[in-house]
Design a binder for this molecule. Structure first.
Ligand code: GCO
Ligand code: MG
Length: 404
């Protein structure tokens, strides 16, 4: 069996997605997600100009060899662009192998370790009543674990609470350059514990609650937040400090028993070495799409499992249904599964990417279709071409840039 075609499809059914479609001489196709939010075209070029030509003529069954060839062979290793491109190849080849075997991918990863996959959804609001409504809406959709993000008094915009205008009121620039949001760490640290106190009072002790600090705090600020949130029994505090600095989590860990999760911007296992070896975290949160695919994620989970650390694959809207499907096969198979982030996609996105996975009563399942279980509608994808789009940036009151 040989690869005869490797095509990169960019589509924007509401937001941009980059998909690699690999075809074999037997006519089997495999899909991989390579979406890097706000930097999509860099990965498109990497794949189209530098990777696709190398795939033609290769045996699609040699997945590990293809991975090592693209990772070591390029000499320039790691980084989100490189690892998103390699991830797309890895997932597309797993999709092909599983289709040829006539099995859903999870069967090739050791088979199911569980019957269903618990998901968490995102609740948010700029006031407590808005947050409560948002939690109830998620509960009505079946969610049994919920991430809470809140507006902060005095701030116009906060991560996780929808923004379409810059703090100076300008909106139309949103496609050409990032929206500017504002940030004040002191105001946030004072307010967030009150939000969780109110949510616990309203929804009781049993509902698993999560919170994402989105890399905005210094180690000592994160330590304080972790301590202040202890009475409200969080499932985790996510990305409390900037992700480049593994040692930062050591300080946080020394001060709080609030469980810690990190990893959505990590690209390789080396970003986790200290964190896992020294048990500084409780959940590894990388995306299949940004971590080089299913192969390295499986190795990561096995490594993390040796320290009792669990999986929590990154699954926001900017991971395509292809990346989500790959995640779900891993979730079902690995023993040390923790939880899966799942916001779902728009109906149009689900038409472009028809998928076998399901969401019922707060639980996901990858389905039983051979491969990863996603089919791309090429014509519908082409009808929704790329649109420039960026993540926001944060500025403090004095005008300086802060982590977003
Ligand atoms: C999450 C993340 C996302 C990221 C987004 C960036 O926990 O889901 O923080 O919401 O901000 O994926 O592209
Ligand atoms: Mg996050």
């Amino acid at each position: 069996m040989k690869i005869v075609d490797a095509k990169v499809v960019v589509t924007s059914p509401g937001r941009n997605f980059v998909t690699l479609q690999v075809t074999t001489d037997d006519g089997v196709t495999g899909l991989g997600d390579a979406t890097l939010n706000g930097r999509e075209l860099a990965v498109v070029s990497y794949l189209r100009d530098h990777v696709a030509p190398l795939l033609i003529g290769r045996d699609p069954h040699r997945i590990e060899d293809a991975w090592q060839y693209l990772y070591r062979g390029a000499y320039w290793r790691r980084g989100p662009v490189t690892m998103a491109a390699i991830a797309a190849v890895d997932v597309a080849l797993w999709d092909i192998k599983a289709k040829v075997a006539g099995l859903p991918l999870y069967q090739l990863l050791g088979g199911a370790s569980r019957d269903r996959i618990r998901a968490y959804g995102h609740a948010n609001g700029s006031s407590l009543p808005e947050i409560f409504d948002s939690v109830r809406a998620l509960q009505e959709r079946g969610y049994q674990a919920i991430r809470i993000q809140s507006g902060v008094p005095g701030l116009k915009s906060v991560y996780g609470v929808h923004t379409t205008t810059s703090v100076d009121g300008s909106a139309p620039d949103v496609l050409a350059r990032p929206v500017v949001e504002d940030w004040d760490t002191a105001a946030y640290l004072r307010y967030i514990p009150r939000v969780f106190e109110a949510v616990r009072n309203e929804f009781g002790p049993d509902l698993p609650l999560l919170h994402d600090a989105h890399h905005r705090l210094s180690p000592i600020e994160a330590a304080r937040l972790g301590k202040d949130l202890e009475p409200y029994d969080l499932f985790w505090l996510e990305d409390c400090t900037p992700a480049e600095d593994q040692e930062a989590l050591r300080l946080v860990r020394q001060h709080t028993t609030t469980p810690l999760a990190i990893g959505e911007v990590f690209n390789t296992v080396f970003d986790y070495q200290t964190l896992i070896d020294d048990r500084l975290i409780d959940y590894v949160r990388s995306a299949v799409t940004h971590f080089g695919g299913v192969s390295p994620m499986k190795k990561l989970f096995d490594y993390a499992g040796q320290r009792g650390i669990k999986s929590a694959i990154h699954g926001p809207e900017d991971i395509s249904p292809v990346g989500m499907a790959a995640a779900l096969h891993l979730d079902l198979a690995v023993h040390n599964f923790g939880i899966q982030e799942y916001s779902g996609h728009t109906d149009l996105t689900n038409e472009v990417f028809r998928h076998a996975y399901t969401f019922d009563d707060g639980y996901l399942h990858p389905g039983e279709a051979p491969g990863i279980g996603v089919e791309l509608d090429d014509e519908l994808a082409a009808a929704h071409p790329y649109e420039p789009g960026y993540l926001p940036v944060n500025r403090l009151q004095d005008g300086s840039v802060h982590d977003w």
